[in-house]
Design a protein around this ligand. Structure first.
Ligand SMILES: Nc1ncnc2c1ncn2[C@@H]1O[C@H](COP(=O)(O)OP(=O)(O)O)[C@@H](O)[C@H]1O
Ligand SMILES: [Mg+2]
Length: 396
């Protein structure tokens, strides 16, 4: 008989998308197969403390986080005898401080510290198998510039861009604006290199808007990207499930715009009734997207290639920009932990959420099996070859 697998869903974190992550995590927790999995929430506060406890599974409890945390237990993770233990912190004398064990971690957080390789590196240092992209793919997916470079290298269409460090901008604004105008015509889009949910994004129609846009972006980030604004904009998103061996694409959706640039409110509050708890699911969208069969095929194939070009694992969502008139398509960005894990895009191709969760846990365990086959430490100690006369055996 198969034992139940203990899955900790890690969410929250030091991110502007903290609240969105809570919603995504609650949805995931509620959809797990309880026979196969012992699933529990691991909440990470904005100051990066870890908590567990029953109340953390109730979305309503997050209306008052300080009192929720009083009812919860702060823990720290420790690797001991081949298992990862969650221990009470601070520890209490004369009693067991082990609260529970954990087999697989499931990061369901968006943005900084959760989706960018930080949490993934922490889990990796514990040798705890985890769901989704590894450290490198997570870090790459969070950096819009490096993402473009890799996608272009894989032969995928991306918009040209100009990278602007805050330091150069504040040193010589006129020069930076000139460099941008040498490259692009208005309108342009200004965006932070590494945030999500449209935070800090603006459209510049002239020099003064461009300047304001850059100043606004530098409020959130040290580096901004400027790229041409796509005309007759149509946005299409397509999720991908898989790893380096296989990748399958979901249905395509078309999020509906209500402003120039799709904002936080559009994405997460469209149609939500109970404080946004269903925000991402009921956000305004056309599903399936209103595109031709040929466009759909192309986007689904580009999505799979983009996913593998970045070395993604689990489920990721690839977002595209289209010029609705010319039909041109560009890959815009990859979300390595998409809102709601894009479950609705999989339901649309006949895969229930439960099954999606099953597949991504399987992929995490598969990666673990593949990686434990790789040698990480050597029995011989290279330092034992070290002598005063040289560093024989050391890597040059
Ligand atoms: N080059 C562009 N042309 C037109 N609109 C854009 C462009 N880049 C981004 N946008 C708009 O801004 C939104 C957010 O930009 P995106 O690059 O997806 O950043 P985020 O990580 O914040 O989602 C997009 O969904 C789209 O509506
Ligand atoms: Mg986006």
């Amino acid at each position: 008989m198969r034992m139940t697998i203990s899955v900790g869903v890690f969410f929250g974190g030091a991110s502007v998308e903290h609240e969105v992550s809570i919603i995504s995590a609650m949805q995931a927790i509620n959809n797990f197969d309880r026979i196969k999995y012992d699933v529990f929430p691991v909440y990470i506060s904005k100051d990066w403390k870890m908590y567990i406890g029953n109340s953390l599974s109730e979305i309503r409890a997050y209306r008052d986080i300080p009192s929720l945390l009083k009812k919860s237990l702060r823990v720290t993770a420790v690797r001991e005898k081949g298992r990862v233990l969650l221990m009470r912190y601070p520890i209490k004398k004369f009693r067991s401080n082990i609260v529970r064990t954990i087999d697989v971690a499931f990061p369901v957080g968006h943005g900084t510290s959760m989706e960018d390789g930080v949490l993934q590196g922490y889990l990796k240092s514990l040798s705890l198998p985890f769901v989704g992209c590894d450290v490198t793919a997570s870090a790459v997916g969070m950096d819009k510039y490096i993402t473009k470079v890799l996608l272009r290298d894989a032969g995928l269409p991306v918009l040209d861009c100009h990278k602007v460090p805050a330091r150069s901008f504040f040193k010589d604004k006129a020069q930076v604006i000139k460099e941008i105008l040498d490259k692009f015509k208005f309108p342009v889009v200004v965006k932070p290199l590494n945030l999500g949910s449209s935070v800090g994004i603006s459209v510049g129609n002239d020099e003064s808007e461009l300047k304001d846009g850059l100043e606004g972006a530098f409020y959130y980030t040290n580096t901004a990207l400027v790229e041409p604004a796509v005309q007759n904009l149509k946005e299409i998103n397509c999720a991908v499930l898989g790893d380096s061996e296989f990748a399958m694409s979901s249905e395509c959706e078309e999020p509906i715009l209500s402003q120039d640039v799709l904002g936080y409110d559009d994405k997460y509050s469209g149609g939500a009734k109970d404080g946004g708890a269903k925000g991402m699911v009921s956000a305004k969208r056309k599903l399936p997207a209103d595109i031709t069969q040929e466009q759909r095929d192309k986007i689904r194939s580009f999505a799979g290639r983009a996913f593998q070009a970045l070395g993604c694992c689990g489920v990721a969502r690839v977002d595209f920009l289209l010029d609705g008139r010319s039909g041109e398509i560009w890959v815009n960005e990859l979300n390595t932990i998409p809102g709601s894990l894009s479950f609705y895009l999989w339901e649309a191709v006949g895969m229930p959420y439960k099954e999606l969760l099953d597949m991504i846990i399987e992929l995490a365990l598969k990666r673990e099996r593949d990686e434990t086959g790789v040698v990480h430490s050597f029995d011989t100690n290279i330092l034992s070859n070290f002598s005063d006369t040289g560093a024989k055996g050391l890597k040059r």
